[in-house]
Design a protein around this ligand. Structure first.
Ligand SMILES: [Zn+2]
Length: 296
C-alpha cells in the first residue's frame, strides 16, 4: 500500500516539524503576530481567541487544550482580560511549564503603563476592569515594549536561539519605528475630534492623539445599554456636537444605528484586534485600518 505509506511518512515528517519547533500559545491574534515576528521559523504559534468575538468572553473550547498542553510558552494580554476563560483552559491542559506565574507564562501587560485604574472597585460600577484598562493593543506604540518582553522570555527559555530572537527584534523594531512615524502623521489629522465608544476599547489610542472620548454606549463597563442612558447620550451628543460613534465588531449595532439616526452622527466600525474586520490580517493593516477609518 504505497499511498498509505506515503501518507504516514508525510504525517510523521509534519509531526516532527511541528514538534521540533518551539511551541508558543498566544491568547489573542495581535500577540500571535508579535511572537511570530520575533520567533520567526523557529516557533510554532497557536492563537486561542477569535478576533471576531468578544475578547472578554472567549469560549474555553476543549479543542484549544492540546496546544496549551504541549506549549513551551504562553503569551497572555493580562490586566484581567483573560480572567473569565483562560484559567479553566490552563487547568484542563495541566501543563506545569505554562502555569500562571511559571517561567513559561508571560503577561504582557507588565510592559505597559495601565490607564483607567479605578480608585475603588464595586459591583455598582459594572463589570469593570479592576487592574486598569486591558485594551492597550489598539495603540501601536504599545507593540514595541511587548515585543521586547516576548524576546526576553523566548531567549530565557530557549537560550540556544537567543541570537536569532535578538536579531529578529532588531529588524522588527526598525520596521515598526518607521511604521509609527507614518501612523503618527496620519493620526495628527484628527486631533481634537470628539467621539463616543461602545466599550472603552480605544482609550490608549485616543488619549495619545488628543481625541476626546466623551461617553460610552454601554452605561457601565460590561452592562448593556438602557433606553434612559441612550436618550441622555443623544442629548449630550447634540449639545456637544459629537458626530462620531466608534463601534466594535462584536457588540450589537442597533443602539449605535439608532443614535446615529437621531443625531446625524457617523458610525465607524473599528477593529479591536488583528483580523477583526476584513483587510486587517497583519499588524500594520490592523492599525492602518483604525487610522484610516477614524481620521479620513
Ligand atoms: Zn474591556
Amino acid at each position: 500500500m504505497p499511498t498509505l505509506k506515503k501518507t504516514l511518512l508525510l504525517f510523521t515528517l509534519l509531526s516532527t516539524l511541528t514538534f521540533a519547533k518551539f511551541n508558543v500559545v498566544a491568547s489573542y491574534p495581535y500577540l500571535g503576530k508579535i511572537v511570530q515576528a520575533i520567533g520567526g521559523d523557529n516557533v510554532h504559534v497557536k492563537v486561542l481567541a477569535s478576533p471576531k468575538r468578544d475578547p472578554h468572553f472567549v469560549i474555553p473550547k476543549p479543542s484549544l487544550i492540546p496546544a496549551i498542553a504541549r506549549a513551551n510558552l504562553l503569551v497572555a494580554n493580562g490586566a484581567g482580560l483573560e480572567i473569565g476563560w483562560l484559567p479553566p483552559l490552563l487547568k484542563s491542559a495541566n501543563n506545569p511549564k505554562v502555569r500562571i506565574g511559571s517561567q513559561g507564562f508571560v503577561d504582557v501587560s507588565r510592559a505597559i503603563h495601565l490607564i483607567d485604574v479605578p480608585k475603588s472597585v464595586s459591583r455598582a460600577m459594572g463589570d469593570i476592569h479592576p487592574e486598569g484598562n486591558p485594551h492597550f493593543d489598539t495603540d501601536p506604540h504599545n507593540v514595541l515594549p511587548i515585543a521586547k518582553l516576548i524576546t526576553k522570555k523566548l531567549s530565557a527559555i530557549d537560550a540556544a536561539h537567543k541570537n536569532l530572537y535578538a536579531k529578529n527584534l532588531q529588524t522588527f523594531t526598525q520596521t515598526w519605528k518607521h511604521f509609527l512615524h507614518t501612523f503618527d502623521t496620519g493620526m495628527k489629522q484628527c486631533k481634537g475630534k470628539k467621539v463616543i465608544q461602545y466599550h472603552e476599547l480605544y482609550n490608549y489610542l485616543l488619549r495619545r492623539y488628543g481625541i476626546k472620548s466623551e461617553a460610552n454606549i454601554e452605561p457601565l463597563p460590561g452592562i448593556a445599554p438602557s433606553s434612559k442612558h441612550t436618550l441622555e447620550l443623544i442629548q449630550q451628543m447634540k449639545k456637544e456636537h459629537i458626530t462620531t460613534i466608534l463601534q466594535d465588531r462584536y457588540h450589537e449595532k442597533k443602539t449605535a444605528k439608532f443614535i446615529a439616526e437621531k443625531t446625524g452622527a457617523k458610525v465607524i466600525i473599528l477593529p479591536h484586534d488583528v483580523g477583526s474586520v476584513s483587510g486587517t490580517e497583519s499588524l500594520q493593516s490592523f492599525y492602518t485600518t483604525i487610522e484610516e477609518r477614524l481620521c479620513h
